[in-house]
Design a protein around this ligand. Structure first.
Ligand SMILES: [Zn+2]
Ligand SMILES: [Zn+2]
Length: 175
């Protein structure tokens, strides 16, 4: 997702520009993020633009219980200062901020939002998505998906414990 910010950089300090973001699909590394929508607010600072992104997107995940693919809603918010390499009005080089490694904007004045999006998404990964709140998960013994099939493992366990119970009681009777 690329945005040209030359016009915004030519505004006086304190100017605010708001972009509506709507992207059906963005590829970030090996993750396909879908239905990203939100707003990007750019405030002109003395050196660049303070960017505040508030958006949400659908991210492919796997159900924590049964492992089927599920789309997870993911809120994405971040605030970063975009500092151009060259001043948009004077074409003079803008000095480095020194150490804090801001997102630098090249001489084309194009912001590529994919990199900050990727970084912030990695940090806000949802912990345990479920395909549905009452997902039954997989059988721990045979791995069957208990949502669609019922395996025999639990039934066998019950039969064994019943037999074990019988065994002890018979012994107790005999002694
Ligand atoms: Zn599930
Ligand atoms: Zn089983």
């Amino acid at each position: 997702m690329r945005i040209n910010i030359l016009n915004e950089l030519r505004q006086p300090v304190g100017s605010i520009a708001v972009f509506d973001l709507s992207e059906p699909a963005i590829r970030l590394d090996d993750t396909q993020v879908r239905s990203l929508s939100g707003t990007l607010t750019l405030v002109r600072t003395n050196r660049g633009l303070l960017a505040t992104l508030k958006a949400s997107a659908m991210v492919p995940e796997h159900c924590a219980r049964c492992l089927v693919p599920v789309d997870c809603p993911l809120p994405i918010t971040f605030e970063e200062e975009f500092i151009p390499v060259f001043d948009a009005n004077t074409s003079k080089r803008v000095p480095d901020a020194g150490g804090d490694d801001p997102f630098r904007i090249g001489p084309d004045f194009i912001v590529d939002l994919d990199e900050p999006l990727r970084q912030y998404m990695l940090m806000s990964e949802p912990q345990k998505p479920l395909c549905r709140p009452d997902c039954l998960g997989l059988c721990p013994s045979c791995g069957a998906d208990l949502n669609s099939t019922s395996c025999e493992c639990l039934a066998v366990d019950q039969r064994w414990s019943a037999l074990a119970g019988l065994g002890t009681s018979t012994k107790m009777k005999g002694s």
